[in-house]
Write a protein that binds this ligand. Structure first.
Ligand SMILES: NC(=O)c1ccc[n+]([C@@H]2O[C@H](COP(=O)([O-])OP(=O)(O)OC[C@H]3O[C@@H](n4cnc5c(N)ncnc54)[C@H](OP(=O)(O)O)[C@@H]3O)[C@@H](O)[C@H]2O)c1
Length: 335
C-alpha cells in the first residue's frame, strides 16, 4: 500500500501578514529512495520567523522559496528506508526537510542526532540552529568580556534565551527585553538573566538607564524597530550591536530603520549583520560547546511544541509574530 505525503507548498507571495490563501495543501505518494538516497519520516518542524523572509522574491542570504515549492523548514526525523551508505533505517537525523511528512534526501547538510542524549525538539532549539545562531553571533561578533553588560531582545524566545544564558556563563551582566510580565519572569527566574525589561509596558530607554548605568557593551538584536532604537542611545563606548533579526519588521513592506544610528558614531560602536550559515564549518564546535553546557546544567533549553501536523503550519508560523511562543517553537508532525 502506498503512503501519502501531506505537504504545504507556497501558493503566493504574501503582502504583509501571510494569509491562508498563500499556502497550498498537497497530497503526494511517497517515493522510494534511489541509489544514494534515504527516506525520512519528519517528526518535528522548526518554526522560524525567518521563514517569512524566505517567502519573498528578491535577493537575500538564501534563495527564495519558489511558488509551488514545498515550504523550506528545518526538521528532525527518522530514516525509514535507505539506499545510502551513511544513513541507516532507524537513524534520527536533522536537516532541511520542508513542511511535509516525508522527505527523500541525498544526505546533503543532514546530521545525525541522538534521541538518548536530548529530546528531539532540542535539536531544533538550543542544540540546533537557534543555539548556533546565539553562540556564533554572541561570541564571534559580540565578543563579550566578563563584567560587561549584554542586552538581548526577543529574550524569552529560541535564540534570545540562549544568548542570555551564554552571556551569563561568560561572566556578563545580562538584561533581556521581552513582551509581557510572564515572559520577563521566565527570563529572570528560568534562564537566570540579571534583569528583564517589558517593552510592552516600560520605556525601554529609561529602564536601561537604571539597569545599565554604564551603558550597553553588547546588544544582540532579534527584533529591530522601536526596541532597537531605544537601545542605541544607551550604547557604551566601543559597543557591538549584532543584527541577528528584525521580527517586528518582517511583515512590513517598508521596514523601519534605526533613527538613533548616530549613537554608533558618538560611541565608536559597530553594528554587524550575522547569518548562521556562514559558520557551517564550525557547527561541530558550537554544538559540542552547547551540549557540554547543557549536560553541566548551565544551559536550559525550552521548547514550545505545538501538535496537529502539517495542516497547522500556516497558523503556527504566525505565533512568533503574535508573541505566542516561549522558547523554541516546534510543530510536531508525528510521534
Ligand atoms: N541571522 C541568522 O542567521 C538567524 C538565525 C536564526 C534566527 N534569526 C533571527 O533571530 C530572531 C529570533 O528568532 P527566534 O527563532 O529565536 O524567534 P523567537 O524569539 O522565538 O520568536 C520571536 C519573538 O519575537 C517577539 N516579537 C514579535 N513581534 C515583535 C515586535 N513587534 N517587537 C518586538 N518583539 C517582537 C516575540 O516575543 P515577545 O512576546 O517578547 O514580543 C516573539 O516570541 C528572528 O529575528 C530570526 O529571524 C536569525
Amino acid at each position: 500500500m502506498s503512503t501519502i505525503n501531506h505537504q504545504v507548498r507556497l501558493a503566493a507571495r504574501p503582502v504583509g501578514d501571510p494569509r491562508p490563501t498563500d499556502w497550498e495543501h498537497v497530497e503526494e505518494t511517497v517515493g522510494e529512495p534511489g541509489d544514494g538516497e534515504f527516506l525520512v519520516q519528519v517528526l518535528c518542524l522548526s518554526i522560524d520567523p525567518a521563514m517569512r523572509g524566505w517567502m519573498n522574491a528578491g535577493r537575500s542570504y538564501i534563495r527564495p522559496v519558489e511558488i509551488g515549492e514545498v515550504m523550506r523548514a528545518g526538521a528532525v526525523g527518522r530514516v525509514i528506508a535507505s539506499r545510502h551508505s551513511g544513513f541507516a533505517v532507524g537513524d534520527h537525523v536533522s536537516g532541511s526537510f520542508g513542511v511535509q511528512e516525508y522527505c527523500l534526501s541525498g544526505g546533503r547538510s543532514v546530521t545525525k542526532v541522538d534521541p538518548a542524549a536530548a529530546p528531539l525538539p532540542t535539536y531544533l532549539g538550543a542544540l540546533g540552529m537557534s543555539g548556533l545562531t546565539a553562540y556564533f553571533g554572541l561570541i564571534d561578533i559580540g565578543r563579550p568580556e566578563p563584567g560587561q553588560t549584554v542586552v538581548v531582545s526577543g529574550a524569552a524566545g529560541a535564540v534570545g534565551s540562549v544568548v542570555g544564558q551564554i552571556a551569563k556563563i561568560l561572566g556578563c551582566r545580562v538584561i533581556g527585553i521581552a513582551g509581557g510580565e510572564a515572559k520577563c519572569r521566565l527570563v529572570v527566574d528560568e534562564f537566570g538573566f540579571d534583569a528583564a525589561i517589558d517593552y510592552k509596558s516600560e520605556d525601554v530607554r529609561k529602564a536601561l538607564r537604571d539597569q545599565a548605568p554604564s551603558g550597553v557593551d553588547v546588544y544582540f538584536d532579534n527584533v529591530g524597530g522601536d526596541v532597537l532604537d531605544a537601545v542605541l542611545p544607551r550604547l557604551a563606548r566601543g559597543a557591538r550591536v549584532i543584527v541577528c533579526g528584525a521580527v517586528s519588521q518582517y511583515n512590513s513592506a517598508s521596514p523601519q530603520g534605526p533613527a538613533n544610528y548616530l549613537s554608533l558614531l558618538v560611541n565608536r560602536a559597530t553594528m554587524t549583520g550575522m547569518v548562521v550559515f556562514d559558520y557551517a564549518d564550525r557547527y561541530a564546535e558550537g554544538t559540542a560547546r552547547l551540549a557540554t553546557w547543557r549536560a553541566e546544567g548551565r544551559l536550559k533549553s525550552l521548547e514550545d511544541v505545538v501538535s496537529g501536523g502539517v495542516a497547522e503550519f500556516p497558523d503556527t508560523l504566525m505565533r512568533p509574530f503574535r508573541g505566542e511562543n516561549h522558547g523554541k517553537l516546534v510543530l510536531k508532525i508525528a510521534d
